[in-house]
Design a protein around this ligand. Structure first.
Ligand SMILES: [Zn+2]
Length: 355
């Protein structure tokens, strides 16, 4: 009994994710336990944080962002509700732990703590999954919000991880992108919120400690493109080519990414220049086009929102005539870009009469 009471005392201090005073389930006498002394009792005897398996290779291999999130499945047996009572998943809630990663995982498997989250991101970017996304974790301090959201805890602890790391931002972003793809949650600040922003929240985490602009920028680089996030404006176009039969020319068109998701070459986020309405009948003009109705793909590896993409393609004078090629940007599998009325006109001059 004494032992379990002591445990509860520690948990009250520890799992408040941002504020030791605000734990809703704390017993009144234990809630007033001063935070610092208890934390020191448990953490101070350790001279240094335990070495982590991932910290050595971190420096050896540079993080290539974005990447696919690969959480380690470490389920809690106690602190969740099965299912979501029919509620749709509409929000992602960001927290920080205020205790170490190890203590957080322990707390999430102790019934008396009454807390959990779907994911916990360690200081080195390692992701643990504690609760399945189809089930309800106890993180937001509101049953309604718990039903409607996925909770992500970030390790922040005076000793084990005193400040958010770049790896944590990357991991949180790729995780948010994967969640967005699974549940069609828009990655904007109306749908990705801090615990402190949950209506009625008494918690302060993550607050301004979390670099929201940087985090949201990172999510734009990995977010799944949709009809609402794929947009473009016109920047420039080379002159209409005039060529003889058997001659070739190149056309370049530059579009600005005015949408909310990045264009990434060689991925499902790749921006392409398509022929409007997927008309393949002008493919005879093509010189090395990726597809009969896709003259070009973006030249740049990464075009973030606000950036410009260059689409260059070859044309050849297969037969004489004047050919209007209507063009429109597209992210295949996601959406057409805005129809900007772009076209090029290819004039192929008869040359066969000349000897
Ligand atoms: Zn929290």
């Amino acid at each position: 009994m004494l032992r379990s009471l002591g445990l509860v005392g520690i948990l009250i201090v520890g799992t408040a994710c941002g504020s030791g005073i605000a734990m809703p389930l704390a017993e009144s006498d234990q809630a007033s336990t001063p935070a610092a002394p208890v934390a020191q009792q448990t953490e101070a005897p350790q001279p240094a944080p335990a070495p982590r398996a991932a910290s050595a290779p971190r420096s050896a291999t540079a993080t290539r962002f974005p990447y696919a999130a690969q959480p380690e499945w470490l389920p809690t047996q106690t602190n969740y509700w099965e299912g979501r009572g029919g509620a749709p998943i509409d929000y992602i809630v960001i927290h920080y732990t205020a205790i170490s990663y190890a203590r957080t995982l322990r707390a999430f498997s102790i019934r008396a703590s009454d807390v959990s989250a779907h994911y916990v991101i360690r200081g080195d970017g390692h992701i643990a999954q504690i609760v399945g996304e189809a089930d309800t974790a106890w993180h937001a301090g509101s049953a309604w919000f718990n039903r409607h959201s996925i909770g992500i805890e970030l390790e922040l602890d005076r000793i084990t991880n005193p400040a958010f790391t770049p790896e944590q931002y990357y991991a949180a972003a790729v995780l948010a992108c994967a969640i967005s793809a699974r549940h069609e949650i828009p990655l904007d600040r109306a749908h990705v919120v801090g615990h402190n922003e949950v209506p009625g929240s008494t918690h302060s985490d993550p607050g301004p400690t979390w670099g929201w602009p940087h985090f949201m920028y990172l999510t734009s680089l990995c977010a799944p493109p949709t009809a609402s996030t794929v947009h473009a404006s016109f920047v420039s176009e080379t002159a209409f080519p005039e060529i003889a039969t058997h001659e070739a020319a190149r056309v370049s068109i530059v579009l600005r990414n005015t949408g909310a998701t990045a264009w990434r070459k060689g991925t499902s986020q790749e921006a392409r220049l398509g022929i409007s309405n997927n008309d393949p009948r002008l493919a005879f003009l093509g010189d090395g086009w990726p597809a009969p109705d896709r003259p070009a793909v973006q030249a740049e590896d990464l075009v973030p929102p606000g950036g410009a993409a260059t689409f260059s393609f070859g044309v050849k004078g297969t037969r004489p005539g004047t050919f209007l090629v209507p063009l429109r940007g597209v992210v295949d599998g996601a959406a057409w870009m805005d129809d900007l009325g772009i076209y090029t006109v290819i004039t192929v001059l008869e040359k066969s009469a000349r000897f």
